[in-house]
Design a protein around this ligand. Structure first.
Ligand SMILES: [Zn+2]
Length: 341
């Protein structure tokens, strides 16, 4: 089968790999319908994060059709169309039952397996995969793909920011996750949704997803603008979907005392000074999103065409063109790339 391999910074190749086989009785093999390139794949691509191996199989987002199941798999069957998240989880341990499947005590990071490929082995299939009500129409593929990571992550960010009726929610980050957090905040009933963005196309999509205010300033200046337009209070909750020192403080400082920061941007070099943090009096809640918790609900919303998160994909290529997809995201010519098979 063909799969994406990274040999080093800037060096992505699509090549022939061994097809995966059932290893544990709880595994399933999925034939992918689509996969995509994640912002986090750019860290090793830019040399900002070492490769786990040379070459390294890439990708952790996936949807497709179950091709084979292990002897102990009972919740999905061969032929089912399934969506999974970037962390395989048993969905039965105490951490999973509390809603934190991404930190399951038996978790397997799908990035270590590599889902930018024709086939993928999914560990803990019963706990990880959610079957859709049937075979999806072609126009639902991008949105189901988004559910595998960016939508679920934006959703968790909005939940962690306590988005709800009457609330003002700010969102730091106008990438795919930030845009999905806007959509989530709207679905959760937020009254006012503020997106920080300087890109006209992303501002337009944020508004289509439900943003009511756009702020172009960043950092302390951006946080000050939120206070200004909320009567001096700050947002009730803020989603942090970037993961840098500046974006983290921007989120914390945009939030009123007693408010909530949902941090879902993977942290790179963030250090919080304790005394400064102490006087903010905000709740911090985040980490890798337990996408599995939200999948049944998100799949239903997509199936009913209530939401269209697939709009975050602004470039669609075939798996064979993956190297061009990485280049386009690295050069910021694309926000999020869908790879079809
Ligand atoms: Zn678990």
């Amino acid at each position: 089968m063909r799969g994406v391999m990274m040999y080093g910074p800037g060096d992505v190749r699509v090549e022939e790999r061994d097809a995966p086989e059932i290893v544990e009785a709880t595994d399933a093999i999925v034939r992918l319908t689509a996969t995509c390139i994640c912002g986090s794949d750019l860290w090793p691509y830019r040399g900002a994060e070492p490769l786990a191996g040379t070459p390294q199989a890439m990708g952790h987002e996936y949807i497709g059709v179950v091709e084979e199941i292990g002897a102990d798999v009972t919740t999905v069957k061969v032929g089912d169309f399934v969506v999974g998240s970037f962390v395989a989880s048993d969905n039965t341990c105490e951490i999973c039952l509390a809603g934190y499947q991404s930190r399951c005590i038996h978790n397997v990071m799908m990035g270590a397996i590599g889902t930018q490929a024709e086939l993928a082995r999914i560990p803990l299939a019963d706990g990880t995969l959610v079957a859709t009500p049937g075979q999806p129409a072609a126009d639902l593929i991008p949105s189901l793909m988004a559910a595998s990571d960016v939508l679920g992550t934006g959703w968790y960010g909005a939940v962690a920011a306590e988005a709800g009726p009457g609330k003002t929610i700010a969102i730091v980050g106008d990438g795919a996750v930030g845009l999905c957090a806007v959509l989530a905040a709207k679905q959760l009933g937020a009254e006012r949704i503020i997106i920080f963005s300087r890109h006209p196309e992303r501002q337009a999509l944020a508004k289509a997803f439900g943003a009511t205010d756009v702020i172009e300033e960043r950092g302390d200046e951006g946080a000050a603008r939120v206070k200004e337009i909320t009567g001096g209070y700050g947002a009730h909750g803020t989603v942090e979907a970037v993961g840098t020192q500046e974006s983290m403080w921007q989120a914390i400082n945009a939030t009123r005392p007693g408010g909530y920061v949902g941090y879902v941007g993977v942290s790179h070099g963030v250090e919080l000074d304790g005394l400064n943090l102490f006087f903010t009096s905000v709740h911090l809640h985040g980490g890798p999103a337990p996408v599995r918790q939200y999948l049944p609900e998100l799949i239903n919303l997509i199936w009913d065409r209530s939401i269209d998160p697939g709009k975050v994909f602004d470039l669609t290529l075939s798996l064979a063109e993956a190297a061009e997809g990485y280049r386009a995201m690295d050069e910021r010519r694309a926000t999020k790339v869908l790879l079809t098979l």
